[in-house]
Design a protein around this ligand. Structure first.
Ligand code: G3H
Ligand code: ZN
Length: 291
């Protein structure tokens, strides 16, 4: 058995005009906290493993994916496993080679730092192979502000270009630049809601919002109403996790057993995930699908 098929989870969100909450996993405790929070909310989510997380684990993706797969299998709600912001061709190939047979549901092929023609070429090449491996594929057009400091938050995705990009590549979902910025520690980003609506009208596949940690709850709801169908959250979980660890260690400078401070940090992740789920996708309240 594997993680839930991501295409099915996104299709359900499209049908109910809501979005799939998608959370970045760094280690086992993040994954446990995310699954716990989603289970309490009763809402399907994605566990996202980024290229940066894979590098943190020494370059190998299999152990963390295997752990996520086991957690997904045991969860009372559907949990999909997504490879996030994969730029390295070697990791794209490995993710596709492992495919749905290993429990992976989807991959974001991130060629957004390349020029348009190379982005199309790289993405289209991966899409055919990923589909053959049973994967739903996300790509990005118009680099989302803030990532590695390489792009200004003012970047925007053009609707006509986005429609052409989807037609030329065959991707299943598109990450768009609409005002959010990666790694924000404050929740005060404003989104271009009219652009989201224009993109949703022009693009025949679900739209993905990145950098959602910095977006206030009411703006997340408005983004979903305007047509966003997958919402990525990472930094906010790390703020909650690290804040919990910091306050524990500040109060006890003799602590040595990591379980003492990691357990409340994992709970802090679970609490925040539950809240995000309830904000992002109340319409997805559901039991686990049989598969
Ligand atoms: O792909 C991951 C997300 O875009 C996470 O962004 O860390 O700013 O929430 P964030
Ligand atoms: Zn992102």
């Amino acid at each position: 058995m594997t993680g839930a098929p991501v295409g099915d989870l996104v299709a359900a969100a499209v049908e109910r005009r809501t979005a799939v909450p998608s959370f970045n996993v760094i280690g086992l405790e993040h994954a446990e906290g995310i699954v716990l929070g989603a289970s309490r909310a009763g809402i399907p989510v994605l566990l996202q493993i980024s290229e940066n997380a894979i590098r943190f684990h020494g370059g190998g993706m299999r152990p963390l994916i295997a752990a996520c797969r086991e957690l997904a299998e045991a969860a009372p709600v559907d949990i999909g496993i997504h490879l996030d912001h994969i730029e390295d061709p070697v990791l794209i190939d490995e993710g596709i080679a492992l495919g749905s047979a290993f429990g992976i549901g989807s991959i974001m092929v991130d060629a957004s730092t390349l020029d348009y023609a190379d982005n199309v070429r790289t993405t289209a090449d991966a899409v055919g192979r990923a589909h053959a491996a049973g994967l739903w594929v996300e790509a990005e057009l118009g680099a989302i502000g803030g990532k590695d400091g390489a792009h200004a938050p003012g970047v925007r995705t053009d609707p006509a270009e986005a429609a052409s990009f989807v037609a030329a590549t065959g991707v299943d979902g598109l990450a768009v630049a609409v005002g959010s910025s990666h790694a924000m520690a404050t929740r005060d980003a404003s989104l271009d809601l009219e652009l989201i609506a224009a993109l949703a009208a022009a693009v025949p596949v679900p739209l993905v919002l990145h950098g959602s940690s910095g977006v206030p709850d009411d703006v997340i709801r408005e983004a979903v109403a305007a047509g966003i169908r997958k919402i990525n959250v990472g930094t906010a979980l790390n703020i909650a996790y690290t804040g919990s660890v910091r306050s524990f260690l500040d109060a006890d400078d003799r602590a040595t057993d990591p379980r003492k401070y990691v357990a409340p940090a994992r709970d802090a992740v679970a609490d925040l995930v539950q809240r995000f789920c309830e904000v992002i996708s109340p319409a997805l309240l559901s039991r686990k699908a049989s598969r």
